[in-house]
Ligand binder design. Structure first.
Ligand code: GDP
Ligand code: MG
Length: 178
């Protein structure tokens, strides 16, 4: 978990189907941009990461290593050692894409099957909440999150809604588990 100049390094990944907005969410957070997400990011190929420095309330400097994934629907494209290295995972679906919500349990299972469920902090994220064409209600997402023992939050990179809060929620949960 250590990195030069930092007290800790937290490795966090975003998982979910292609097109749900993982790359946009990540870029919005890393840029700290108020307002616009990049209109049309290139589809992510393979896995890449972004870094962001963070100061915890206790004064500790933390380096967040944020891993983007190609949202290939073939879960097995991502190696098990990738999951094992993560301390936090955002499970992202698109509130206007029912199928992406229905795949959440499979993504969760993929991670859990590689490590004990209490080793990694999860957050369920319903993305694109700026859109009015939703087909997943907040309530059913809350229920799924509760049944999987994790929190739930709705985000938008377009209207920059809850982007910082989603990552802050995960990092404080990781910090608490240190
Ligand atoms: P990824 O495949 O999960 O990485 O998804 P992308 O970040 O590439 O986004 C897929 C599409 O959704 C792109 O056309 C984005 O512009 C769009 N998108 C991403 N975030 C949002 C959002 O918060 N609101 C809306 N309306 N569209 C978004
Ligand atoms: Mg992407």
């Amino acid at each position: 978990m250590e990195a030069a100049g930092y007290s800790y390094q937290f490795r966090i990944a975003l998982l979910g189907d292609a097109g749900v907005g993982k790359t946009s969410l990540l870029r919005c957070y890393v840029a700290g941009a108020r307002g616009a997400a990049e209109p049309d990011p290139e589809p992510t190929v393979g896995v890449e990461f972004y870094s962001r420095a963070l100061q915890l309330p206790a004064g500790l400097r933390v380096k967040l290593q944020l891993w983007d994934t190609a949202g290939q629907e073939c879960f097995r494209c991502i190696t098990r050692s990738f999951y094992r290295n993560m301390v936090g995972i955002l499970l992202v679906f698109d509130v206007t894409n029912r199928e992406s919500f229905e795949h959440i349990q499979a993504w969760h299972q993929e991670v859990v099957s590689t490590q004990g469920p209490d080793k990694v902090v999860f957050l369920l994220v319903g993305h694109k909440c700026d859109l009015s064409t939703r087909c997943v209600s907040s309530q059913e997402a809350e229920e799924l999150a509760a049944s999987l023992g994790m929190g739930f939050m709705e985000t938008s990179a377009k209207s920059n809604c809850n982007v910082d809060l989603a990552f802050d929620t995960v990092t404080s949960a990781i910090e608490q588990a240190l």
